[in-house]
Design a protein around this ligand. Structure first.
Ligand code: NAI
Ligand code: AKG
Length: 486
């Protein structure tokens, strides 16, 4: 018997309704673990679709901002409960669209639930201060007001957590949202939006328009109904968006690349350092902006560390993230695979020494964009391997004599997102905390792994110097108003 399965078509979400794009065009979201599998179809939207979404958001925001914070919070709590019920389904969509393992996808979806709950509580927390006035008959205080309509542009590498850590604070502080998710994970995003819809959030408060980044993203940042833009993705696109946002005088926030170092000091617990380097560098196939990519090791422990690292890397199982026993899935797309392979080729041609991996994984039964976990040594700070974000499972080992040298090398990057050190010496820890130019510094812990209740963002070229998540989100999604009453 032949089974015919119809590919599901996912729609835009505008003004509380699921609607087809007026372009009449769709595109396929494909499984990077299996090139022949179409996960679903999403809308290739037009400017008209976007305009409809932005206009609906503007209208809906007027009533949404007037609701008491706890009422907005109740909607987020309902959405959290629904998302929690659907963890398996949403995590399956995530793994199938971008390749991370099912366990990681479930963990990320659970993080989405926690983010919604955290920001639901924000609806009842203080937003301002009373400031003594020089006029003894007056009362002076600050309050906060929403920005209006926030445009949200998200990448494919955290298709639940990133949309959630942008949308949940936007919503709780009284903004309406139009989101344009990455095309690679448009279906996962549609499933997340379904949870918000089923929680009864009023029509128009959230809108989702899928399609080309250059078309919809450009439309978004230029649209008069968009009051602020929050973006996570590549530096090139982030900086383009920022220029338009500045010229329009709207608020913007960018989270971009990283070239994150781990320093392994000669007094480190080497087993712990190896575990964390592998987890931080290779989980999700290295496709995290917080992924460890430069491994800076003191010479006394270099050989021992290298031996332990290579032994563990050799044991990594690469395969379909839906299969039990897979530790590392494919790259998210053919483009991403090619970027990784070209970085590896550059590494070889620039004279780095390939210790492990470096090739596509061609195994019977695998039909996706798989690349081996890869380790280089003799990487100098001028090589591309040490300078450019690869977004792949590639580690570059660098040997140093002293901690001072390690810190200098760690800081020799245009990026400054996250960094970690493995050491048992307090003086090393303190030097690292004080001197490392990164927004997130982690001691005896991997470079990746962001906690939703703490500020997250980078220094240098890694961000627009703003912070997301935790209480920091309030700074972006609201404007302060100083009130003087007499
Ligand atoms: N910081 C991070 O977490 C991320 C970093 N990246 C970096 O970027 C590289 C390329 O990945 P891509 O997916 O191509 O990133 P990208 O920056 O092109 O895509 C991110 C988002 O921006 C949208 N976009 C694309 N062009 C746009 C434009 N002209 N105007 C407005 N929005 C636009 C995309 O549709 C997507 O929603 C990766 O290899 C990695 O190095 C990518 C994704 C996430
Ligand atoms: O490390 C994490 O948990 C978050 C990483 C992240 O924000 C990103 O890759 O875009």
């Amino acid at each position: 018997m032949t089974t015919i399965t119809k590919t599901k078509t996912y729609l835009n979400y505008i003004n509380g309704e699921w609607i087809v794009s007026e372009s009449g065009e769709t595109a396929e979201s494909k499984n990077p673990a299996n090139k022949d599998e179409v996960v679903g179809l999403y809308q290739l939207s037009s400017s008209k679709d976007f305009n409809q979404a932005a206009t609906s958001a503007r209208k809906a925001q007027k009533a949404w901002r007037k609701l008491a914070g706890n009422v907005r919070g109740d909607y987020l709590l309902k959405a959290a409960a629904i998302l929690e019920e659907r963890i398996e389904d949403i995590a399956t969509a995530m793994t199938k669209e971008m390749g991370k393992t099912f366990a990681e996808a479930k963990g990320e979806t659970a993080r989405g639930v926690a983010i919604l709950r955290y920001y639901a509580g924000e609806g009842m927390r203080p937003v301002g201060d009373v400031i003594p006035s020089t006029d003894s008959d007056a009362l002076m205080f600050t309050t906060r007001v929403p920005l209006g309509v926030v445009g949200v542009i998200t990448p494919w590498n955290f298709p639940v957590a990133i949309p959630m850590w942008k949308m949940a604070p936007a919503l709780i502080y009284g903004n309406a949202v139009v989101i344009k998710p990455a095309s690679e994970t448009a279906i996962t995003c549609a499933k997340v939006i379904e949870c918000l819809h089923d929680a009864g959030i009023p029509a128009g408060v959230i809108n989702m328009v899928t399609g080309s980044g250059s078309l919809i993203g450009t439309e978004m940042v230029n649209h008069p109904e968009i009051d602020a833009i929050t973006f996570t993705g590549s530096n090139t696109v982030g900086k383009q968006l920022a220029q338009t946002a500045i010229s329009r005088g709207i608020k913007y926030q960018l989270e971009m690349g990283g070239k994150n170092p781990v320093i392994v000091a000669n007094d480190a617990d080497l087993d712990l350092a190896v575990e964390a380097t592998i987890s931080g560098g290779l989980k999700s196939s290295g496709q995290k902006c917080t992924a460890t990519s430069r491994v800076i090791v003191q010479q006394e422990v270099y050989d021992q560390f290298k031996e332990k690292l290579l032994e563990k890397v050799a044991a990594i199982t690469v395969g379909d993230g839906m299969e039990e026993g897979t530790w590392m899935g494919p790259s998210a797309s053919e483009n991403q695979l090619n970027t990784v392979l070209s970085a590896i080729a550059k590494g070889k041609s620039e004279g780095a020494n390939l210790l492990f991996g470096g090739e596509k994984v061609e195994k019977e039964g695998l039909n996706g964009y798989y690349v081996e976990p890869t380790v280089f040594e003799n990487v100098s700070s001028t090589m591309t391997l040490a300078r450019e974000e690869i977004f792949g499972p590639v580690l570059a080992l660098m040997k140093v004599k002293t901690i001072e040298e390690a810190l200098e090398l760690a800081n020799d990057s245009e990026y400054g997102l996250s960094a970690s050190i493995f050491t048992t010496k307090i003086s090393n820890m303190l030097s690292f905390i004080n001197e490392m130019d990164a927004g997130l510094v982690r001691i005896n812990a991997e470079s990746a792994g962001v906690e939703l209740q703490a500020p997250f963002g980078g220094m240098k070229q890694s961000s627009s110097h703003s912070r997301e998540q935790g209480q920091a989100a309030k700074e972006f999604y609201t404007a302060i108003k100083t009130v003087f009453v007499k």
